[in-house]
Write a new protein. Structure first.
Length: 166
């Protein structure tokens, strides 16, 4: 990895981590556990659509690991990884099917996959299948938050395409 690429990815990781930490300080939007905006995903989606999968995955994994450490919640690492990796897989698939003008669609599906991954991890950890009752609510929140982060990432990709180069 070249120094320029490493520095660029480090800056994007720092930006995603900062957004993540700031979002943790915001009051909950709705009184439902697990519902948050996921604003740090804007950086991941932007990186995937401008830099490619290896860089975006590295940024995502570093943000998840450092975010869990800084937030002092290592159990959240499991949930974040399961949701983040499933979401990333969906983004990769959608990137092959959609154009950059449809990036927001990929983000919506990725947000829903993130919630599904987290619910699956919670069910495995707690052996409580009744947690599936949260899935409809998390699906709706995933659509709303995925739309917002996707539109924001789509705007960022258009504005940063010359700044963030491979």
């Amino acid at each position: 990895m070249g120094i320029k690429r490493l520095a660029r990815d480090a800056v994007l990781t720092a930006a995603a981590l900062t957004i993540f930490i700031v979002e943790l300080q915001l009051p909950e939007l709705v009184p439902i556990p697990g519902v948050k905006l996921g604003l740090a995903n804007i950086v991941t989606v932007t990186a995937l659509f401008t830099l490619g999968a290896p860089d975006a995955l590295a940024i995502l994994l570093c943000r998840i690991l450092l975010g869990s450490l800084f937030a002092g919640n290592l159990m959240a690492l499991l949930y974040s990884l399961s949701g983040g990796l499933l979401s990333f897989a969906v983004l990769l698939l959608m990137r092959k099917l959609l154009t950059k003008k449809q990036l927001w669609v990929a983000s919506v599906f990725a947000a829903m996959a993130h919630n599904l991954g987290q619910i699956a991890a919670a069910i495995l950890v707690t052996s409580t299948p009744s947690l599936l009752v949260y899935l409809p609510v998390l699906t709706v929140s995933g659509i709303v938050t995925g739309l917002f982060t996707g539109l924001t990432a789509q705007y960022a990709v258009g504005r940063l395409k010359n700044v963030l180069k491979k």
